[in-house]
Design a protein around this ligand. Sequence first.
Ligand code: TMP
Length: 202
Amino acid sequence: MFITFEGGEGTGKSTQIKLLADRLIAQGRAVILTREPGGTKQAEALRSLLVSGDTDRWSAESEALLNYAARDSHLHQVIRPALTAGSTVLCDRFMDSTRAYQGYAGACTFHLLDELERSIVGDTRPTLTFVFDLDPVIGLARAKSRGDGAEDRFERKGLAFHQRLRNGFLEIAQADPQRCRVIDASQDMTAVAAAIWGHLNG
Ligand code: TMP
């Protein structure tokens, strides 16, 4: 089973993915917890180029290509082998982040994103995707208060970018209701964890 966690900045998805991993491991399941951009040595090197530096360092198209180069390595080296071995793969961000950040918020053409998704992701689409939804004013404040400023390139893109991002994620979820579950990330941690567990076992 391939489960992805998606959403804007400061939505709490990284905390929740760890809680879910612990709960599944406690049940005796083989779990791989990984993230994007990242998850392999090569992809982590690309991550550091993407998440730091000037906000206009890369065009949205370059960001999409760099994220897909990272994703290709991650799929080949980690995700597909783990799924073949029967593990549950939990991934903190995946293809929907590229569509939301680079497409809806960043104005990369959907033609390019569709082609990259088709060629690189292919059939390895998530079984289930949790889309964490939160007002970006709250999310950005949360991210800023916990952050060390090292990986904040996208956080610095401004409120209008993050509002387009939120709407983009909601459109993605609406277009694929079989796969996507929208989580109200304004609830407290325990309530969010219970909602996720409920969807998984429902
Ligand atoms: P994280 O800090 O939530 O792990 O994600 C790193 C940043 O990269 C985050 O600001 C979102 C951004 N990102 C994209 O813009 N496109 C992508 O395809 C992915 C996976 C992440």
